[in-house]
Design a protein. Structure first.
Length: 116
């Protein structure tokens, strides 16, 4: 009898409200990471279906890459997982920071999320 060890759930709620099981997750050899697949893996870890270590091993992800997906969802929702969105946001943010350092301006502009 194991004491203090929690059982993993058989299903967790996915990023779009659907039930996810291990068989519903992306294949372990996935190389094309679209928003939905990233969000499913993050939901699986957050819900306890996979441990962080299992997810990184299964999908050959670095800890930094996985954490960046979690932070993107926390900060910007699912649109934050788009590579083009992140690149655009980082570029605008970098330009804004450089310009504010030069001019002393602290104008905040938020990027518009787009799932398309």
């Amino acid at each position: 009898m194991e004491i203090g060890r929690r059982r993993k759930p058989e299903r967790v709620i996915g990023p779009f409200g659907e039930a996810l099981s291990l068989k519903d997750l992306p294949k372990s050899n996935t190389t094309r990471w679209v928003i939905r697949r990233k969000a499913e893996v993050v939901a699986a870890v957050n819900g306890g279906l996979l441990s962080l270590e299992e997810a990184c091993s299964r999908y050959n992800l670095s800890l930094e890459e996985f954490v960046s997906w979690q932070e993107s969802i926390d900060k910007s929702g699912l649109p934050g997982l788009r590579i083009s969105y992140l690149s655009q946001y980082r570029t605008k943010d970098g330009v804004r920071n450089r310009n504010s350092n030069k001019t002393g301006s602290h104008h905040q502009q938020s990027p518009l999320p787009d799932l398309h």
